[in-house]
Ligand binder design. Structure first.
Ligand SMILES: C[S@@+](CC[C@H](N)C(=O)[O-])C[C@H]1O[C@@H](n2cnc3c(N)ncnc32)[C@H](O)[C@@H]1O
Length: 425
C-alpha cells in the first residue's frame, strides 16, 4: 500500500465523507486514514488507472498527492531529503531534457517568513543544480500553494513535478502530485451544454457528484432524479457509469435534460480516446426522462432494488439578502408540502427504493437559519437519516448541522443547501 494525501475542496467534511463512501462502494483496499483540515492522508492500494478514475469521479477532491518521503525535523532540512538523485528517481515524472516544477506547502499553521525565504532560495538552488543537463523551469507561486489550474497549465504532473510538503505536528510528509481536478472538463459540462436553464437554479456539477457519491451503496447501478431540472445530476451520473432515469413536472425541463444528456454522450465520447478516458455508455435518452409530478406519479422502471434516488428538488425563490422571518416561514411551508408530498409518494409508489440522497433548502433569515421542519414526518413514513458521522464527532464539525445533515453554501448565499441521505427502515 502507498500513502496518499487528498487535497479537499471548499467543504472538506463533505469531501472527506464522499471519499469514505466511494472507497467502500468501489471496494478500494485501504489502511489508516488521518484528516488534518483540508488534507486527508490515507493508505491505498490502487493502480494508476484507478487513481485517475478516483480523481475524475470525486467532486470534492482537488488534488491527489503520492507521499514519497516522511521525515522528522524542520523545513530547513528539506535539502537533505530532496537530493538530486531522489528528485530524478522519485519525483520528476519526465527527466529526459525539460523539467517544470513547483512547490506547494500545506500546513495547519502558516509558514513563518524565514521558512518562506528559505524555501524560495532552495527552489532556485535546485534550478541551478539541474541547469547543466536539463532545461528546467521553476513555477514560482509566492504563497507556495499552486492551484489545480496552475498545475495543469504548466503541465507539472506530466513534465516534472509539483512537490508537495505537508507539515504535521513534528514531522513532514513530502510527495508529488499525481492528479488534479480537471477544471476544463467541469467548466465545459457546466457552461457549454446546449440548454443550461439557469432559471431553475443550477446545481454545481461538483456538488452533484458529491451528492451521488454520498448516496450510493454497493450494487446500486441506477439512479433516479425525480426533480431533474436541466439534468446536471444525471449528467454526472452518466460519467459515473450509472444508469439514469429522470423526471420533472415541467415539459421544458424534460426537453432540456434530453438535449443535455445527448450532447454529453456525443461530445464526451468524441473526446475520450484523445484524453485517454473511457467512453460512457451510449444510451437512448428519450425513454429515460419523462414529464411527471414527483408527489403523485409511479414508474416501475425506477422502482427497482438496484436504484437509488439522488435529487435536488425546488429550493424556493432565489434570495439576495436575509429574508424576513414571516416571509421565510411562508416559503418554507410551501416547500415542506412539496418535500413531504414527495416522500409520501415514495413510500406508496417506490417501495423498492431504499436510499435517497436529497438537498433541502435552509433560508437565512433576519432571525437566523430556518430549516424545513419535516424530519419527524419523514421518519414516520419509514425513512431514517443515515448518520454521516458518530454524534460526538459531528458536534465538532462546523459544516455538520445539529440535525445530522451536511451544510453546503457559498459565503454570500441566502439559501443554503442541506444534504441528507435517508434510508428505508
Ligand atoms: C432546482 S431544479 C433541479 C435542478 C436539477 N437537480 C439539476 O440537476 O439540474 C428543480 C426542478 O424541480 C421541478 N419540480 C418542481 N415541482 C415538481 C414536482 N412536483 N414534480 C417534479 N418536478 C418538480 C422544477 O420544474 C425544476 O425543474
Amino acid at each position: 500500500m502507498k500513502k496518499y494525501a487528498f487535497l479537499l475542496g471548499s467543504h472538506p467534511l463533505i469531501s472527506f465523507l464522499e471519499i469514505l463512501n466511494i472507497l467502500t462502494v468501489e471496494k478500494v483496499p485501504h489502511g489508516s486514514i488521518e484528516r488534518m483540515g483540508e488534507i486527508l492522508i490515507i493508505q491505498l492500494k490502487l493502480t494508476a488507472a484507478k487513481l485517475n478514475k478516483l480523481q475524475d469521479i470525486l467532486g470534492g477532491t482537488i488534488k491527489i498527492i503520492e507521499i514519497v518521503d516522511d521525515y522528522r525535523g524542520t523545513i530547513f532540512q528539506l535539502d537533505k531529503i530532496l537530493t538530486r538523485e531522489n528528485l530524478l528517481n522519485n519525483y520528476f515524472a519526465q527527466h529526459s531534457s525539460k523539467i517544470n516544477f513547483g512547490i506547494s506547502v500545506y500546513t495547519t499553521k502558516s509558514l513563518v517568513y524565514a521558512e518562506i525565504n528559505w524555501l524560495r532560495n532552495f527552489a532556485y538552488q535546485l534550478k541551478r543544480r539541474f541547469k547543466d543537463q536539463y532545461s528546467i523551469r521553476y513555477v514560482d507561486e509566492k504563497n507556495f500553494e499552486l492551484s489545480s489550474v496552475m498545475v495543469a497549465n504548466n503541465k507539472l504532473v506530466e513534465t516534472g513535478a509539483e512537490i508537495v510538503i505537508i507539515k504535521q505536528e513534528k514531522s513532514f510528509l513530502v510527495g508529488r502530485t499525481r492528479t488534479v481536478q480537471d477544471f476544463r472538463s467541469y467548466a465545459q459540462r457546466d457552461m457549454e451544454k446546449p440548454s443550461p436553464n439557469p432559471k431553475s437554479g443550477m446545481l454545481p456539477p461538483k456538488l452533484a457528484q458529491m451528492l451521488l457519491n454520498l448516496s450510493r451503496d454497493t450494487g446500486q447501478t441506477q439512479v433516479f432524479d425525480p426533480f431533474c431540472g436541466s439534468g446536471v445530476l444525471l449528467q454526472e451520473a452518466l460519467l459515473l457509469d450509472l444508469d439514469v432515469l429522470g423526471a420533472d413536472i415541467d415539459e421544458e425541463a424534460v426537453k432540456d435534460t434530453i438535449e443535455n444528456l445527448e450532447w454529453l454522450i456525443k461530445t464526451y465520447n468524441a473526446a475520450a480516446p484523445k484524453l485517454g478516458q473511457d467512453k460512457i455508455k451510449k444510451i437512448s435518452v428519450a425513454g429515460r426522462v419523462r414529464v411527471a409530478d414527483a408527489t403523485r406519479s409511479r414508474w416501475e422502471k425506477a422502482n427497482q432494488a438496484n436504484t437509488f434516488i439522488a435529487t435536488e428538488p425546488y429550493l424556493g425563490p432565489p434570495q439576495r439578502g436575509p429574508v424576513l422571518i414571516h416571509h421565510a416561514r411562508e416559503i418554507s411551508a410551501e416547500l415542506e408540502k412539496l418535500y413531504l408530498g414527495f416522500f409520501t409518494n415514495l413510500k406508496k409508489n417506490f417501495s423498492k427504493v431504499r436510499r435517497v440522497g436529497i438537498v433541502f433548502p435552509v433560508i437565512k433569515t433576519n432571525e437566523g437559519l430556518l430549516y424545513l421542519n419535516i424530519l419527524e414526518d419523514i421518519e414516520k413514513l419509514g425513512y431514517i437519516r443515515r448518520p454521516f458521522l458518530p454524534a460526538e464527532e459531528a458536534k465538532k464539525e462546523a459544516l455538520a448541522s445539529h440535525r445530522g445533515s451536511l451544510l453546503y453554501s457559498r459565503p454570500d448565499a441566502f439559501v443554503l443547501r442541506e444534504i441528507f441521505v435517508f434510508e428505508k427502515k
